[in-house]
Write a protein that binds this ligand. Structure first.
Ligand code: FMN
Length: 199
């Protein structure tokens, strides 16, 4: 049976950050279900803003030369895509939005998005406020790309301020929500993409 692959893209540039903590929890749960998983961090990478040059219209590839292309290729190859973002002033982090703007435009160049039929959802992480707006902002990208979005027991939002395990692991409900999401994602992946994940 074909082994399905899920990538988790971390939109925070902070080392051992909260977003990475929660995206990892989702990937760990999917790995337990037998899926191949890969965490992709934007830390240390240069992802420039979309220049609206429409260069992708001819080739389906973004013409800017930075660290975008290898990540785009992983997104196109994956069966499932999770994107995690810290909340910055009530919205998603700019490097992640730069990636999604360019990936979405390049993927839709030929008409139907390359991401159509892939499975996934976002995760938004904030210290105090702005989770829901950011979650909804990122859901818009999934929807317009024809993706299949599994639910959870709550919205995929988590609360943590200080970096990494010190704070994130205290959000028990956030962790539970992410793990419930990952379990549902495993089920939906099997049904929609038709392969394993065993278990
Ligand atoms: C520029 C900036 C803006 C932020 N804006 C918000 C905000 O609007 N609401 C909030 O609750 N936290 C805000 N925060 C805090 C982060 O969302 C929070 O610490 C998050 O857990 C960071 O995730 P990370 O460790 O993965 O980077 C902001 C942090 C930064 C650096």
């Amino acid at each position: 049976m074909v082994r399905l692959k899920v990538i988790g893209i971390v939109g925070s540039l902070r080392e051992k950050g909260n977003t990475e903590f929660f995206v990892r929890r989702a990937l760990d749960r999917l790995a337990e279900e037998g899926f191949e998983v890969e965490l992709v961090t934007l830390r240390g990478k240069t992802i420039l803003s979309c220049q609206a040059c429409l260069g992708c219209r001819d080739t389906g590839r973004c013409v800017q030369e930075d660290d975008f292309a290898p990540i785009f290729d992983k997104m196109v190859e994956a069966d499932g895509i999770i994107v995690g973002s810290p909340v910055y002033f009530g919205s998603a982090a700019p490097p992640l939005m730069a990636l999604l703007d360019r990936a979405g435009y390049a993927a839709r160049a030929s008409g139907r998005s390359h991401f159509s039929g892939k499975v996934g959802a976002p995760i938004a992480v904030a210290r105090r406020a702005g989770h829901n707006f950011t979650f909804a902002q990122l859901l818009l990208w999934y929807f317009i790309n024809g993706m299949v979005i599994p639910g959870s027991s709550y919205w995929n939002v988590a609360t943590a301020g200080a970096g990494g395990d010190r704070d994130a692991e205290k959000d028990e409900e956030g962790i539970r929500t992410i793990e419930d999401f990952a379990a549902n994602m495993a089920e939906v992946l099997r049904r929609v993409r038709g392969g394993g994940g065993s278990g």
